[in-house]
Ligand binder design. Structure first.
Ligand code: PAF
Length: 284
């Protein structure tokens, strides 16, 4: 296990010196099948894989779940061993943010709407830590899950605007048998809330049906149907449900197949103290 930035950089340099490619999977631990699909993709596409496990304080606001975020490190290491035993990077907070640390990466446009409205510090925290991890890990390809769709847009924009020499690969959302997108935060749900959480993926399926089968073009009708699916007879409240351009994340009012070849449906909803996000890309 690597714990310092120097160790990670030396490990990566050694792989490259041996002519091997490096795949990088950044995580905050509490690993589930979604993470393991990223490790599998990295193992398939690269000679060596490194997984980082770091609960990044910079991407949590003071009122969020940084302290309660699950940290089952021993189990994560076990799980990774049976997933091809990638190298693992587990830095301390002091290693990533030593005394006097005073930098922050701000990405405009794509970080502003949706999560940006509800979690104003989140994406600068993500961009800052991901850039640090990229600089330390020197990977050829970094693997992210589509589950955090807006995060992928922010990371892509950062890589492109700041000329970071890494390719970004995006892997499909992994879902539970009832459709709930896998997330480390699902473990916060009570049994009753877990049962209700199926409405999130149902609302995406309903939106997809309206767009692809019913040819509904008015986003307000799609959002109304999604909200009804999510909130009827459940304890959910919706932070946002929206249809947007899949690259710019500009919110759409009308879905016009002549203007768009695809749209992304994004949602965030709260149940009890747990906030969940999900999304679907619909080809038109
Ligand atoms: O998606 C996550 O788990 C985190 O946002 C990431 C990319 C590891 C940065 O802390």
């Amino acid at each position: 296990m690597l714990t310092t930035i120097d160790e990670l950089r030396n490990w990566s340099n050694e792989q490259h010196a041996a002519g091997l490619t490096v795949g990088f999977v950044p995580t905050m631990g509490a690993l589930h099948e979604g993470h393991l699909s990223l490790v599998k993709a990295a193992n398939e596409r690269c000679d060596k894989t490194v997984v980082s496990v770091f609960v990044n304080p910079a991407q949590f606001a003071p009122n969020e779940d940084f302290h309660k975020y699950p940290r089952p490190l021993e189990n994560d290491l076990k799980v990774l061993k049976s997933a091809g035993a990638p190298e693992v990077f587990v830095p301390s907070v002091a290693e990533m943010y030593p005394d006097g640390f005073d930098a922050s990466v701000h990405i405009g446009g794509v970080s502003q709407p949706f999560e940006g409205q509800f979690r104003p510090v989140h994406f600068s925290g993500v961009a800052t830590v991901v850039l640090k991890l990229f600089n330390a890990g020197q990977a050829d390809i970094a693997f992210f899950g589509q589950k955090d769709y807006q995060q992928v847009c922010v990371v892509r924009k950062m890589v492109s605007d700041l000329n970071v020499p890494v390719k970004i690969a995006v892997c499909p959302i992994v879902r539970e048998p009832d459709g709930l997108a896998m997330s480390s935060r699902n473990r916060y749900l009570s049994a009753e809330h877990r049962r209700q959480a199926v409405v999130l993926s149902r609302s995406l399926a309903e939106a997809e049906r309206l767009i692809s089968v019913k040819k509904e073009q008015k986003v307000k009708n799609i959002v109304a149907a999604m909200t009804k699916t999510i909130c009827t007879d459940t304890d959910f409240t919706v932070d946002y449900a929206a249809v947007a351009d899949p690259e710019t994340l500009r919110e759409l009012d009308i879905i016009d197949p002549l203007k768009h070849s695809a749209v992304v449906i994004l949602l965030a909803a709260k149940i009890g103290t747990t906030r969940l996000i999900d999304n679907a890309v619909i080809e038109l």
